[in-house]
Design a protein around this ligand. Structure first.
Ligand code: XIL
Length: 371
């Protein structure tokens, strides 16, 4: 059904595109190219960039899936312990579905104190804090998952549960009462109950970089534990913010360890889990100023990465964390040493396709047909 609606609406969207995008629109969309290989392509939209009609159009023309950037996180949905504010999330979900796109939910729990609203730490957990923490968490997950259960096929249930430096599970106000493992388990069980047909994903930013072994090992331990405990999990979201760890490598995009990465992915799919590329972009901080050189390096890096990821039949979803450099979240932190704008996305700040766009299309096109 999704596909049929898309086909009709893609035509309408293409007609409405501004002239400078017309040529790009004549080419098959990334969603279409992905779909031909049994895959889904999409990107994130946050309310700030969602309000730009030309950007909405670019997304509608290229994506089969949309994921709200912030609007479904606790910080956006929960002004306090009693209230839910779905206005912004609903706007994005309604727009995406009425334009024939699917939606991913992100995230039912960002298991990181830094990204939870302050009130969660200040909340009065009363005489039985464990019970109150469980009530709060379950109520949140169930309310959000149930609200969108008929429109969202896949949820990032828990985001970034591990401290990559120590390899230990993070602690939050909730987990201090419940235990970190139990917090994660409760979130997944509540999600399954509220949205029984949705794909439930653990999402994290471990990478293929040589210096990321501790994080990979910790993610495997977490997933194995969940499987052993019978926790309902269907997939691993590999965020895929590519580039060097703190974007300060003197040159290049950081050293990768393909063997270690494949060994990691083999273990994950060996557990029967799907693999999702959930937040693809390439941080270009360490790359030279010259745009052609920079864009080429970004595209080549992503192409090699996607070829590897797409060699896994279990990898059927690829999402970018923003389509255009105009709205990349990376612009807000760690400026490039030369002060020029970053170029981590498949389209430039004027919504013109870049080599990264061709690299993504090329990787989809080259994907082997997996059964
Ligand atoms: C980022 C958003 O892009 C920002 O706008 C927001 O302020 C912070 O979060 N990993 C994730 C995403 O899982 O939720 C993050 O999104 C980017 C890193």
């Amino acid at each position: 059904m999704l596909v049929d609606r898309r086909t009709v609406l893609a035509g309408a969207a293409a007609l409405a595109l501004a002239p400078r995008m017309a040529q790009a629109a004549a080419e098959p969309s990334l969603a279409r190219i992905a779909q031909a290989k049994g895959m889904c392509f999409g990107s994130t939209m946050g309310l700030r960039n969602f309000l730009d009609p030309a950007y909405r159009q670019l997304n509608a023309s290229q994506c089969g899936l949309i994921v709200p950037e912030t609007e479904m996180k606790w910080v956006a949905l929960r002004p306090d312990a009693r209230t839910f504010d779905f206005a912004a999330a609903d706007r994005i979900v309604d727009w995406a579905t009425s334009n024939g796109m699917g939606v991913r939910g992100h995230t039912l729990l960002w298991h990181s104190e830094r990204w939870m609203p302050d009130w969660v730490a200040k909340h009065d957990y009363g005489p039985d804090p464990r019970k109150e923490a469980e009530r709060l968490l379950t109520e949140h997950v169930a309310t959000v998952a149930r609200r969108y259960a008929d429109r969202i096929d896949s949820f990032d249930v828990v985001n970034e549960g591990i401290d990559p430096d120590t390899g230990l599970l993070r602690e939050t106000a909730l987990s201090r009462h419940l235990g970190a493992e139990a917090t994660i388990d409760i979130a997944f069980r509540a999600a399954r109950e509220a949205a029984p047909r949705a794909e439930l994903v653990y999402n994290d930013f471990m990478t293929w970089r040589a210096d990321d072994g501790r994080h990979r090992a910790a993610v495997l331990r977490l997933l194995e534990g969940m499987k052993t405990r019978g926790v309902p999990i269907d997939g691993l979201g590999v965020q895929s913010h590519l580039g060097s760890k703190y974007s300060d490598a003197p040159t290049g995009l950081g050293q990768v360890d393909e063997r270690a990465w494949r060994a990691f992915l083999d273990e994950v799919v060996g557990m029967g889990l799907n693999l999702l590329v959930t937040e693809l972009d390439v941080h270009d901080n360490p790359l030279p100023t010259a745009i052609e050189v920079r864009d080429r390096a970004v595209a080549d890096h992503a192409r090699a990465y996607l070829d590897l990821m797409l060699s896994y039949p279990a990898c059927k979803t690829v999402m970018c964390w923003g389509l255009s450099d105009r709205y990349t979240w990376l612009a807000g932190s760690r400026p490039r040493p030369d002060g020029t704008p970053k170029r981590p996305c498949p389209y430039d700040a004027d919504f013109r396709p870049k080599p990264l766009r061709a690299a993504i299309a090329g990787a989809f096109g080259a994907r082997p047909m997996h059964g």
